[in-house]
Design a protein around this ligand. Sequence first.
Ligand code: B12
Length: 488
Amino acid sequence: MIVLYNPRSNGSGKRILPMSLLALGGLLEGRRDYIIVDGNIETDPLTRLDHLAQAGARVLGVTVMPGPQLAQAVPLCRELKRRHPGLIIVWGGYFPTQHWDTCLRADYVDYVVRGHGEHVFLQLLDRLDQGSALADVRGLAYVAQGEPCSNPLASVPHPDSLPDFPYHRVPMDQYARACYLGQRTLPHHSSYGCPFFCNFCAVVNMVNGRWLAQSAERTANTVRLLHDRYGADAIEFFDNNFFVSEARTAEFAERIMDLGLGWWGEARIDTLLKMSQRTWQLMAASGLKMVFLGAESGSDETLKRMNKGGTASAEKTLEIVRLMRGYGMIPELSFVMGNPPDPEADIRHTIEFIRRVKQIHPATEIIMYMYTPVPLAGELYETAKAEGFRFPATLEEWVSPEWNTFSLRRSTTVPWLGANLRDLTHDFERVLNAYYPTATDPKLTRAWRLALRAASAWRYHLRVYRHPLELRALHKLIAYQRPETTGF
Ligand code: B12
């Protein structure tokens, strides 16, 4: 039997359907005996997985993102391997795809599947059954002659050629959640990849500029199924870039018009700005409420250094904010701050830019990440290395508090960014989230919004951001939710 495990992914208790494992499950369905176990549901995952291993599970496949998931996967796999030396442990997902050699130096990780792994995983299972060679299994990394080695990445599978997610394998009811979009929000992932090469983004390492999508018809059918069978009244598309094709987007919006859903997805600003008024009207009428947009920076020079490509510019960010306000939609803008070589100037520039955005559309959601290198050739990573940046050499180091904070993109340990600058950004974030409380937190009452605004007004207008202890206390009192960590 194959066990597929989704380590706990965030402490907020909000569960996101483990689509990484459902995608694998789709291809195992009818071929292999398998089970999906989600650490966000399982109260004692070690005991559960231990029992499954005692009961004869032969392979444990683990999906691993950097951060909390990695922090749980390491001790769990180490202990399971100690108890069950014959259990074959396979890691896949964003972290092992990028740091396959570090993973394989740990004696509790036997194989790493890099990239989108449906076919690679199946091929590995067949080879393990046959006991045959692995050198030609594209996308696979393993230990040979005592050293980690990786075969070339496999081509990205086309999502339209892959089976539907086997939803019957997971307790769907436990994933439908209330949020800004609706009372029973469920996710989908209708495309793989992104055609751009931003050099701070891990997706490039996963797909190298490919973008392959399910048709508008197939995507709408899946959404209709989530609505009809699981009562979804809202959909989050976690695609890295849902809106690449205007034709697909417009047809999709038309096809779901009758469902009266609320929906959200991730897009590029310059791509959306090229879309016709008709497509915008279709998106608005079909329930598109909010779009996650990589604004990244208020400086065109920094956007160039990030290799943002296309026709991205700070002026375009202001343009999309105005346009979305006109359609009653909320832009969710993410910024990458503290970029070398001059992180202070970069942070102060983007803070002023964010203030301009908020003047145009106060409900705009602002997400601030600190520049967090990924192993991807490009000006930013080269500068980071020149400043002495090095990734940890062992998984044990990766799960240290310092590197866990790094993985959560809130690091202070990167050589070019001291605690002072990181704290300036977080203090500004605190003042901003008080002066403009998030529109996405349904439990934030009007009274609390007014209280937060009143308490933060002097700081916001006088640009006194440092040490907002009173606002920290207020946010704690109301358990203020930040969309980027909780999934809004
Ligand atoms: C949903 C999601 C979440 C959910 C959690 C989902 C869960 N699993 O429980 C939430 C909102 C909690 C979350 C949080 C975070 N996330 Co997140 N998340 C995603 C997102 C949007 C979708 C993941 C998904 O389901 N994709 C769909 C499936 C089909 O694709 P897939 O995951 O790539 O899986 C395929 C392959 O990777 C591979 N594979 C994956 N797992 C396995 C396992 C095995 C055994 C095998 C063989 C193959 C395999 O095959 C799969 C099928 O093709 C991705 C971006 C994306 N679009 O993929 C970001 C992403 C993975 N997250 C990211 C990050 C950084 C985070 C946070 C650190 C953000 C933060 N600052 O807090 C936290 C960390 C949480 C943690 N580590 O616990 C980054 C990782 C970047 C990096 N450096 O590696 C991504 C890539 C976003 C981005 N564009 O940067 N996240």
